[in-house]
Write a protein that binds this ligand. Structure first.
Ligand SMILES: Cc1ncc(COP(=O)(O)O)c(C=O)c1O
Length: 390
């Protein structure tokens, strides 16, 4: 067999998502693009702000940027990001703490490769972005998914129960994909206290990896700085969602200036950035984002869609909480059956992802990276599906 057993296993465990893509393509071919309501993909449909193409063209006109560069990225881009982060996080970042990466996914892989020893585990609360499982496996670690508390908040008790001698790190994703939850400061403080206590008891420092590509897409409450609360933190993020640039693969890893063994972590991560095969983040994009710190797409557009879809779902009878950030709704599946719900929606040409794709069966995810008109036209379908399911 040409493909390794491990990859075959991974393919079959994520095969329902592939099946859904295939179904989507089939429905679109049969009924036409505009008659299929595709809420399945987290691929931003808003165009990047005008400034992005203006700066991109100016930078492309320069002739001196095609070479290799220091592994951590262009000093100018790193200095610009660290300056922005000082404001955003209220933490004293310098250029040396920032590494430009191939998206948030690249940053996460670099963080995990830097920290993990064979057999180490990484904890995360459900529901979660399931790529974390593969990312941990890439570096010899294992992802352990723990239960969450009320209203998708972190459960400190669940983390306490799960932490053992193998635990190297905890991943936090806020605003969360798929729940839209922003973990409150009080929860993060309680988690930091737990990790400090574990450190005193065992001598092992557990790092936090905070995955924040949705930080700028928030509606009602701010996203607290994890780094400020717990200095032993590695922040992973990108411009994929807030500038609508996922295909350009640009993001960064920011290492807590006061984290334990900070010099070692920076040096390790710099090596990992090179040897994972990315070599360095895209040069043109580094130069571009260096000039666009703090910019984002119009979040008001996502807010209007969120409110429209939320109201429509509630009217149809679905139980759903209002997301605080990101661009997903995560309603309860009627009767707790996420597969049956997704199937019933599919009969209405509505594509959704079952909660089991985020380690949380009993729910389903809808992405509002579609226009208001699509949402409005989909609402009768949600009503009909609900009538069958309840
Ligand atoms: C929670 C989360 N983390 C990381 C990523 C990967 O982001 P990027 O495309 O910047 O690598 C995604 C993409 O959907 C995501 O939802």
């Amino acid at each position: 067999m040409a493909v390794s057993r491990k990859i075959k296993d991974m393919q079959s465990s994520s095969s329902f998502i592939r099946k859904m893509f295939e179904t989507g393509a089939r429905l679109k071919a049969e009924f036409g693009e505009e008659n299929v309501f595709d809420f399945s993909l987290g691929n931003p449909d808003l165009l990047p702000p005008e400034e992005v193409s203006r700066v991109l063209l100016e930078e492309a006109a320069r002739k001196d940027w095609h070479g290799y560069m220091p592994n951590a990225g262009y000093p100018g881009a790193r200095a610009s990001v660290s300056g922005y982060l000082r404001e955003e996080q209220g933490v004293d970042f310098q250029m040396e703490h920032v590494l430009m990466t191939s998206g948030a996914g690249g940053a996460l892989n670099i963080a995990l490769k830097t920290l993990l020893n064979p057999e180490d585990t990484v904890l995360v609360a459900r529901p979660c972005f399931m790529e974390y499982k593969f990312y941990c496996d890439n570096h010899g670690g294992e992802l352990v998914i723990v239960d969450s508390g009320e209203d998708f908040d972190l459960s400190i008790e669940a983390f306490e129960k799960a932490i053992d001698g193998r635990t190297a790190a905890i991943i936090i994703n806020s605003p969360n994909n798929p729940s839209g939850k922003i973990y409150p400061e009080s929860t993060l403080r309680a988690l930091a206290e737990l990790l400090d206590r574990k450190h005193r008891e065992t001598g092992r420092r557990i790092y936090l990896i905070t995955d924040e590509p949705y930080r700028k897409i928030t509606y009602d409450v701010p996203v607290p700085s994890v780094m400020k609360i717990y200095p032993h933190t590695l922040l992973c993020t990108s411009y994929s969602k807030d500038l609508s640039l996922p295909g350009e693969r640009i993001g960064y890893l920011a290492i807590g200036p006061d984290c334990e063994d900070v010099k070692d972590v920076i040096n390790g991560a710099t090596l990992c950035n090179r040897i994972l095969g990315y070599v360095n983040a895209n040069a043109l994009m580094q130069r571009t984002i260096a000039r666009l710190q703090g910019l984002s797409v119009d979040i008001g557009v996502y807010r209007k869609r969120r409110d429209l879809l939320y109201r429509g779902l509630r009217e149809a009878g679905f139980e759903v909480s209002l997301p605080e950030g990101a661009f997903y709704l995560f309603p309860k599946a009627p009767g707790g059956d996420d597969m049956k719900t997704v199937d019933a929606l599919q009969e209405e040409n509505i594509l959704a992802v079952p909660g089991r794709g985020f380690a949380m069966p009993g729910y389903f995810r809808l992405t509002y990276c579609v226009g208001e008109d699509t949402i409005t036209r989909s609402l009768p379908g949600f009503k009909r599906a609900a009538a069958k399911l309840f």
